[in-house]
Write a protein that binds this ligand. Structure first.
Ligand SMILES: *Cc1c(COP(=O)(O)O)cnc(C)c1O
Length: 350
């Protein structure tokens, strides 16, 4: 059992459950675990709140910081399940390796996660499309402003009750000026700095009337990479097209899940380089039937309009699609235990 210091004053009654804004409300507890002297110290569960840090810690100056994002769901039988959490533990460790940070043993990660979610289980909203978003993260804490990997770190997990993510149909622009990640860079790691760097191009796109950008490669802007903080999947007829994860593309767990469901349902999945030219040609011929962003936050975000070179291409209404709306409903039912979980994706905490 992890040492637990319980809050003496729960904040759960202050929550407006009808108006859960993504990422703004934090459950009662968090896990904090320190790394020093070459090893992880015993984790502690404590009330969510400020962590004292010094202004000289290297995470703040040089961005040695990584994170994960996953969700726990309230099941129909009253139980709790977390969706594919070991995948997140493994990916955290890949990010850690790229950023010269210590890895967290998967069993230890799972123990921290399980006990935290179990303690704050009353914070998991019960409504359709609602869940508890879980944010594990790690940052460098050496008080030293020389540029080198830190010797000390903090690993923290906190959680947020979240509602159905607004699946407004997006208007996106194919980005041909800025890039999110470059070949040989840190795009495949969930490293904090990647996101800070993407804010400006996204703001420029928003000012021009778009909701998001469709990132392309850093060399010639010839091939698709991702959309915002989601992977991208295109559909033409019974075929799904999606870029292969690379050192500049985050290997999304939602992407993997959706491609597996597609294969189970007899769709053809092509994971390869997808060129802008190919997609623009399909759009011109009216043969691009759908495009969607996929990631933990919203599962599937429909893309309604893709803009390239000043021209808007309208892909039609999401609900009329033959794949995305169905897979969205399917996964939502699966996570709540309403249909059979043939791939054992639900990790039950009972
Ligand atoms: C987290 C993330 C995704 C989606 O990954 P999931 O595991 O599906 O949540 C996609 N792209 C980027 C850049 C991300 O940070």
């Amino acid at each position: 059992m992890i040492e637990t210091i319980k809050t003496t004053k729960t904040r759960i009654h202050e929550v407006n459950w009808d108006k859960l804004e993504f990422g703004k409300i934090f459950s009662d507890h968090m896990v904090v675990m320190d790394y020093k002297d070459g090893q992880w110290q015993a984790p502690v569960i404590m009330p969510y709140g400020p962590i004292p840090i010094n202004p000289s810690i290297s995470a703040l100056h040089y961005g040695q910081a990584i994170f994960e994002g996953l969700k726990a769901y309230r099941m129909e039988d009253g139980g709790v399940s977390v969706f594919r959490p070991k995948k997140n533990a493994e990916r955290l460790n890949k990010s850690a390796a790229r950023m010269c940070m210590p890895t967290v043993p998967v069993e230890l990660f799972m123990e921290c996660l399980t006990q935290l979610v179990s303690l704050d289980r009353d914070w998991i909203p019960k409504g359709e499309g609602e869940s508890l978003y879980i944010r594990p993260h790690m940052f460098a804490t050496d008080e030293f402003i020389g540029v080198r990997p830190s010797d000390t770190y903090k690993f923290v997990i906190f959680t947020c009750p979240v509602s159905r993510y607004y699946t407004k149909e997006l208007r996106v622009k194919i980005e041909t000026t800025y890039t999110r990640a470059s070949k040989g860079g840190t795009g495949a790691a969930k490293a904090a700095g990647n996101y800070g760097a993407a804010l400006f191009p996204t703001q420029v796109a928003k000012n021009a009337g778009f909701d998001q950008v469709l990132w392309t490669d850093s060399i010639n802007h010839e091939y698709f990479e991702e959309s915002g903080t989601m992977n991208i999947i295109f559909r033409t007829g019974q075929v799904l097209l999606t870029p292969t994860p690379s050192d500049s593309i985050l290997d999304g767990i939602t992407r993997d899940t959706i491609l597996q469901v597609a294969r189970d349902w007899g769709f053809l999945v092509e994971e390869r380089k997808i060129s802008v030219r190919e997609i623009v040609d399909l759009m011109k011929e009216g043969k691009l039937h759908a495009a969607f962003g996929v990631g933990t936050a919203a599962t599937i975000t429909p893309i309604r309009v893709i803009n390239y070179d000043g021209v808007d291409y309208d892909l039609g209404a999401f609900e009329e699609g033959i794949f995305a709306p169905k897979v969205s409903a399917h996964l939502s039912a699966l996570k709540r235990g309403q249909i059979e979980d043939i791939h054992s994706w639900n990790y039950r905490i009972d």
